[in-house]
Ligand binder design. Structure first.
Ligand code: MLT
Ligand code: ZN
Length: 461
């Protein structure tokens, strides 16, 4: 197997974390494949430190040996940024799972990188984590900050970066940076916690975060409204943002995705007869039910207020990431455009994909109020690589990304709204970031990671 490590280095790792936490061979294999099955690599070792001191000691050893490292949290990433596609050592932060007490004065909490987002959300019954994503039971704080995770409530609370009040992280040489006092106002220099949010493990290894919690919303109401397509979904979501004071979510999906979930996951359709597309709205606070009823007007609608019924309605949207997976290994293209172009994006993107690959299947869904659309593509079988995972890379041959990302760039959009660039999109970054910007990225990166060992293949250097 290429890239095996010298026995002496493995022994040094073991002297830091103990032999039980240096995994090799079959024990390491599960850390080398991502959730979608689209990215499979090889980890010569998986290191499982239990605290920041051990992370620092391990990184110092890796920097000395010139060994590349991929930090990994819950391994729920979607762009191949957390798996060792080029034989990197995996640094699993799962054991950094200490969740501190919630500070009643600030409503903040300190969480280790390995704490799940659900654990943070459950830390105080009166408070909640503003970031809410379908993978919240597995996704961890370190990974969610490193990818600046977005999710289902960004329109109200912003992405992970907006929850961040402090960070602890380790530079590649082993230096620990800690700025965790949680000050809301703190103009004492560069805001590097914010810079690490979305840095995809390329600048430093995040070991803990200080997070601002939000008041838990009382009496949430969830509604799925049947609409005739993206135009009506967008117009209604715009109205909801303006008119529903307690709006938490505005989510879009289509009958095509729902059909797959009905066929393969047994979900009973929410509305009869079916409609071409759906808008899920959730709002809370006084009058939320009336606001949603007014927005729905005489359209077909399913409404829920109880926890079990709301969960049933949410499943139609939250299970969409699985839908395309029933057809093959999907390419998960996560794009955003200025609000004025979202309808065009959502209406035309399937044709853009099938123009490049007539046999492709396309499932779209997303966060309509954020200009974000998830374009899940299962390539046609005549495409090189077909819908088969390719070791060390992504599915298919790049023609789908070329088509979708060029279209998105022509609309002034982003090739990654919330999932990151990872390995999947690195090659297309020049479409949306200028030479000058990428040169600045490279200088920032060299300043943080002069050894060049942190996720070297993620985001072009
Ligand atoms: C979602 O919105 O469901 C997530 O970003 C995951 C996905 O796109 O598959
Ligand atoms: Zn999303």
């Amino acid at each position: 197997m290429p890239g095996e490590l010298p026995a002496g280095l493995l022994r040094k790792f073991a002297s830091v974390v103990g032999e039980a936490h240096v995994l090799t061979g079959d024990a390491a294999a599960g850390y080398a494949v991502d959730w979608t099955g689209g990215f499979t690599g090889h980890a010569p070792a998986v290191l499982r430190p239990r605290d920041t001191g051990q992370v620092a000691a391990l990184l110092a050893l890796c920097a000395d040996a010139g060994v590349a490292v991929v930090p990994q949290g819950g391994n729920t990433g979607l762009v191949g940024g957390g798996v060792p596609l080029h034989g990197e050592v995996v640094l699993s932060l799962a054991r950094l799972d200490r969740l501190g007490p919630v500070d009643p004065d600030s409503g903040q909490v300190s969480a280790g990188a390995g704490v799940s987002l659900q654990q943070v959300a459950d830390a105080d019954p009166a408070l909640d984590l503003g970031v809410f994503i379908a993978s919240r039971h597995s996704a961890t704080v370190g990974g969610a900050v490193a990818t600046n995770a977005g999710g289902l409530r960004v329109l109200r609370y912003g992405p992970m970066r907006a929850q961040l009040r402090g960070i602890e992280a380790v530079l590649s040489g082993g230096t620990v940076l800690s700025h965790m006092s949680g000050l809301v106002k703190d103009n004492t220099g560069y805001d590097y916690p914010s810079l690490l949010a979305g840095s995809e493990g390329t600048l430093a290894v995040i070991t803990a975060a200080r997070l601002q919690l939000v008041p838990r919303m009382a009496g949430p109401v969830t509604a799925i409204i049947g609409v005739d397509g993206p135009g009506e979904a967008h117009a209604l979501a715009r109205r909801a943002v303006r008119e529903a004071g307690g709006l938490l979510s505005a989510e879009f999906f289509t009958q095509a995705g729902l059909d797959l979930l009905a066929e393969h996951a047994g979900l009973v359709p929410p509305l009869r007869p079916p409609t071409p597309a759906y808008l899920l709205l959730e709002a809370a606070g006084p009058g939320a039910d009336e606001e949603l009823a007014r927005l729905a007007g005489d359209r077909p609608v399913a409404v829920a207020t109880g926890a079990a019924e709301r969960a049933r309605l949410w499943a139609y949207r939250e299970r969409h990431p699985e839908a395309a997976g029933f057809l093959g290994v999907p390419l998960k293209l996560d794009v955003s455009v200025p609000a004025a172009h979202w309808v065009r994006l959502a209406s035309e993107v399937t044709g853009v994909v099938t123009g490049a690959d007539p046999g492709a299947r396309v499932i779209t869904y997303g966060h309509v109020a954020d200009g974000n659309l998830h374009v899940n593509v299962v390539p046609g079988t005549d495409v090189a690589g077909g819908s088969v995972a390719v070791a060390g890379g992504s599915v298919a041959d790049g023609r789908h990304q070329d088509a979708v990302f060029s279209f998105v760039a022509s609309l002034g959009g982003s090739i990654s709204a919330e999932h990151g660039i990872g390995a999947l999109k690195a090659r297309w970054l020049p479409l949306v970031r200028s030479d000058a910007e990428r040169a600045l990225f490279a200088r920032i990166r060299a300043a943080f990671d002069p050894a060049g060992i942190l996720n070297p293949r993620v985001l072009p250097r």
